[in-house]
Design a protein around this ligand. Structure first.
Ligand code: DDQ
Ligand code: CA
Length: 252
């Protein structure tokens, strides 16, 4: 006679083999800290991304928004300031040029990646939160809703969107077909399959905030940058004095 457990296992195996079935949930993940780096505690981090070994960081707040480029953990070698009241948001680097979002100002700023000089501004509808791009250049953007919007990297025009089922998706990081997203005001990072919008893992980064020891309700986790050539990520937060180098591992 078949036990209920065996039946469940057989059913799971059968479903797992179905074409188009969502990838099996690996269970909750957490962060394993492999190192720490200094972070500018005045930086209200809204975007974080490597291009080669240069770390780009976009920061927010009207009158204080910047874009910096330089070695991770070191002082930046290049810096641009946004004229008030522009509020900087997500950033993604496409070789010689980059896109920097603004929050509620309705413009995306295209810049030279080397000098950070502004090249043009493109208007868009709604809010700007997180930004990253996939291997083919396609931009992925969050706007505070539960949708990820795809955009053309040359024109910034919308080319599609997926619903993720979780609201308040903030800073993003594209890795292959996955998009990692901070959920605003939480210690949760979601791993999302960009093609379907399915959440394939939930990562609890709560142990980092505990080490940062801030009481400011806006000093939240926000900043995910995949470290090129590794399975590691830099994670930081708004006005955090530290950036963590982590690996995502199963929660035990
Ligand atoms: N966003 O990260 C959710 C996209 C924007 C957050 C804006 C938070 C403003 C807080 C203002 C605090 C003033 C000290
Ligand atoms: Ca990022």
């Amino acid at each position: 006679m078949r036990t209920p457990i065996l039946t469940t296992l057989l059913l799971a195996a059968a479903l797992g083999g179905c074409a188009g079935a969502p990838a099996p949930d690996p269970g909750p993940l957490t962060v394993q800290v492999v190192g720490t780096l200094p972070h500018d505690s005045a930086a209200f981090t809204e975007g974080l991304e490597f291009s080669g070994d240069t770390l780009y960081e976009s920061t927010g707040l009207a009158g204080r928004s910047t874009l910096t480029a330089g070695p991770a953990g070191g002082p930046p070698h290049t810096k641009a300031t946004l004229p008030s009241p522009l509020f900087g948001e997500g950033v993604t680097v496409l070789g010689p040029t980059l896109w920097q979002l603004t929050w509620q100002d309705g413009v995306a700023i295209e810049r030279d990646s080397q000098t950070l000089a502004e090249l043009r501004r493109v208007p868009f509808q709604g809010e700007g939160w997180g930004l990253c791009h996939q291997a083919d250049g396609r931009l992925v953007m969050s706007d505070g809703s539960s949708r990820l919007t795809f955009r053309d990297p040359k024109t910034f025009a919308v080319t599609g969107s997926v619903d993720v089922g979780y609201d308040q998706l903030n800073e993003l990081e594209c890795v292959g077909g996955d998009v990692y997203a901070n959920v605003w005001h939480t210690d949760t990072i979601l791993r999302i399959d960009a093609a379907s919008g399915h959440v394939t893992a939930t990562i609890d980064a709560g142990q980092l905030r505990a080490q940062v020891n801030t009481t400011d309700p806006e000093a939240v986790l926000n900043g995910i940058a995949a470290v090129p050539g590794t399975d590691e990520f830099l994670l930081t937060g708004k006005e955090w004095p530290v950036t963590f180098r982590v690996r995502f591992v199963p929660k035990t």
